[in-house]
Design a protein around this ligand. Structure first.
Ligand code: HEC
Length: 106
């Protein structure tokens, strides 16, 4: 029992220290702005966008993946993928973009 409680505590402490409060605090509208500014060159970031790079996943398809979660995505964005230029995304910005992508899930 004690170890379980300790693990939960550690997990909470880690989440808190990263400043990513799960989805609640994130601002999807701000995330949409950021996505249009920084990601639209390669990704289809919204359904109104008609052109992007051919072999780059659209944000809608990212959102529909079965294992999608805004928390995981926000973590992913703090460590950009190799083919992506290194964006200086703050934790808040990463969470906002993740919240925006999560909003495409419907
Ligand atoms: C220079 C082009 C480029 C830009 C700009 C770019 N990406 Fe990407 N992104 C890619 C490519 C290419 C992939 C495919 C994965 C790979 O091969 O690394 C990808 C993959 C991803 C994935 C993973 C998709 C999956 O397969 O699950 C996410 C999430 C993502 N990008 C988010 C973003 C976000 C958010 C931004 C803006 C902050 C962004 N990308 C900007 C090129 C880009």
């Amino acid at each position: 029992m004690r170890t379980t409680a300790r693990r939960i505590w550690l997990l909470l402490a880690t989440v808190a220290s990263l400043g990513i409060s799960p989805a609640l605090a994130a601002d999807a509208d701000h995330g949409a702005d950021l996505a249009r500014r920084w990601c639209a060159g390669c990704h289809l970031v919204s359904s109104s966008q008609t052109q992007a790079s051919a072999d780059v996943p659209s944000f809608a398809s990212v959102a529909r993946k079965p294992d999608f979660s805004p928390e995981k995505l926000a973590f992913f964005l703090l460590d950009p993928h190799p083919k992506m230029p290194n964006f200086p995304l703050s934790r808040t910005e990463a969470a906002d973009i993740a919240a925006y992508i999560a909003s495409l899930r419907k």
